[in-house]
Ligand binder design. Structure first.
Ligand code: NI
Length: 393
């Protein structure tokens, strides 16, 4: 038996569309997903056999569908929205000014609810348990760590594999990006302070000017990607904040810089971080400044291993057809789904969400308007991924 959108039925599509409209018009930011959580719990509560697992999370939900003693499989969706003004004229636009499901996590939530519905209907096919993880605060890149570390998710659930997805408007609805290997980037962030000695701007010989040191550092840091990273490797070093100074007649005490570093493999990441720190320390010394540097990892890269890739590819072909399979390019955005990969084999799909005839606006854009039918495909794909994984593992 194979779970396809057609197998799920027409009423299923209408039901998911109603759920999507409701969530889309009520977007909640990271850690504030209380209404969303209530709606998830109420939808799960209507599914026979689905048991809510309380792991003590402030928002989000975890549930289990018992399916026997074979390999258990977990499915994960993120549920939060972002601070953005919705500029789309759609019937279910955000009712809250300044909040918008501009990354389509409403689609992910409804895809996972739909997968739970489909798997309840296909329950005789299950060989093992299924876990549904509705994760808060992905946009803050902290929800997955909260669930795994603070709430000890993997003490409560014991999956042999875990699947997740992100909608992907660059592919049309019905298509799926299935890629082996690295898919999304490692992210490290930094905050640093060049500390000099303040004084009157007419007396540079008495001062140590950290603005000059910071300016030199900003320039030198650009050589990491041009001179320390190979032409076929990938890295981004972005200094996103520079803060210093008030009146125009004094040399300041310190300059604050912050930003982030994105890479696609551990060896390049280590080299980039090492050079970043060396250049920062060397520049501070050359300009007689003191340096305070906080450089720390946020999330690892999303990396689809070979065995999970083969299962995912088979599931996609079975559920949505051979023609649905696409190979997406690597994306330098980050996703905290990668955190689960430190505990269990994982696979992450890019689920086509482009609406034919609609202009393409990507994630986080105020005009982001993915195809409303996307969750039907997401639900079938996630549900079939469970069956395929349980057959293969
Ligand atoms: Ni997102």
């Amino acid at each position: 038996m194979v779970i396809t959108p057609a197998w799920c039925g027409e009423a299923f599509g209408e039901q998911l569309h109603r759920l999507l409209s409701d969530l889309h018009s009520h977007p909640e930011l990271s850690w504030e997903e209380t209404r969303t959580t209530q709606h998830i719990l109420s939808a799960l509560g209507q599914l026979p056999g689905v048991e809510i697992l309380d792991i003590g999370a402030k928002t989000g939900a975890v549930a289990r569908l018992a399916g026997g003693s074979g390999p258990a499989v977990a499915l994960r969706a993120d549920i939060d929205a972002i601070p953005q003004h919705e500029a789309v004229d759609r019937p279910d636009r955000s009712v809250w000014e300044g909040k918008m499901h501009a990354c389509g996590h409403d689609i992910h939530t409804v895809s996972l609810l739909g997968a739970a519905m489909a798997l309840c209907k296909a329950r005789e096919q299950l060989r093992g348990d299924v876990y549904f993880v509705f994760q808060p605060a992905e946009e803050a890149l902290s929800g997955a760590r909260y669930l795994t570390e603070d709430c000890r998710l993997f003490d409560a659930i014991h999956p042999r594999a875990m699947f997740g997805l992100h909608n992907y408007p660059e592919l049309p609805v019905g298509a799926v990006g299935v890629k082996e290997g690295i898919l999304m980037s490692f992210k490290d962030v930094f905050e640093m302070r060049f500390i000099g000695r303040s004084g009157h701007s007419s007396m540079p010989q008495k001062n140590i000017d950290p603005i000059v040191a910071a300016a030199a550092f900003i320039q030198s840091a650009q050589t990491i990607t041009s001179r320390n990273v190979g032409p076929l490797e990938s890295a981004v070093v972005s200094i996103c904040q520079v803060h210093a100074g008030t009146p125009r007649n004094l040399v300041v005490d310190d300059v604050l810089l912050s930003g982030n570093i994105r890479t696609l493999d551990e060896a390049v990441r280590k080299r980039v971080l090492r050079r970043f720190e060396q250049i920062a320390r060397g520049t501070a010394e050359a300009y007689e400044c003191r340096l305070e540097l906080d450089l720390h990892p946020i999330v690892p890269g999303v990396d689809n291993g070979r065995e999970m890739y083969e299962i995912a590819l088979a599931a996609t072909r079975a559920s949505l057809g051979e023609a649905a399979v696409a190979v997406p390019p690597v994306n330098l955005a980050s996703e905290d789904f990668s955190v689960y990969g430190q505990y269990v084999p994982t696979f992450f799909y890019f689920l086509g969400s482009g609406a034919p005839g609609r202009p393409l606006y990507s994630w986080h854009n105020a005009c982001f308007y993915p195809d409303e039918r996307t969750p039907v495909y997401g639900a079938a794909l996630l549900a079939q991924s469970v069956l395929s994984a349980q057959a293969a593992l």
